[in-house]
Design a protein. Structure first.
Length: 116
């Protein structure tokens, strides 16, 4: 929010544009619903199950699921959960849906190689 406010102030001062127009310009850039998975990385080799999954969603009010299981989203968009793995390649599917029913999906694959 602070960065958005600074961009609006800069546009108002530098370009002498109405604050409402600046707000619309800056906000429109942030409307796209996106998901970033910060752990695990696509292609990781994992040794333990269950495995934690961490990430961020661009809209903190969005509903987020990890492999079909709903997770709590923090005010800053941070989410976390865990998934049980089977030996070999596993797909982690993170989905998000906002109030306007816009959807985002992020799919990563990891390789579970349990210690024997």
């Amino acid at each position: 929010m602070a960065i958005k406010l600074l961009k609006i102030i800069a546009l108002v001062i530098i370009l002498n544009i109405s604050p409402l127009i600046c707000l619309a310009l800056v906000t429109s850039h942030y409307n796209e619903l996106t998901i970033e998975v910060t752990y695990p990385y696509d292609g990781n080799r994992i040794l333990k199950s269950p495995m934690p999954v961490y990430g961020f969603v661009s809209n903190s009010l969005a509903k987020v699921d990890i492999n079909g299981t709903p997770v709590v989203v923090a005010e800053n968009g941070y989410f976390h959960g865990s998934v049980d793995l089977v030996e070999g390649v596993n797909k982690i599917i993170v989905t998000a849906e906002n109030q306007k029913k816009d959807n985002a999906i992020k799919v990563i694959s990891i390789n579970f190689l349990p210690k024997r």
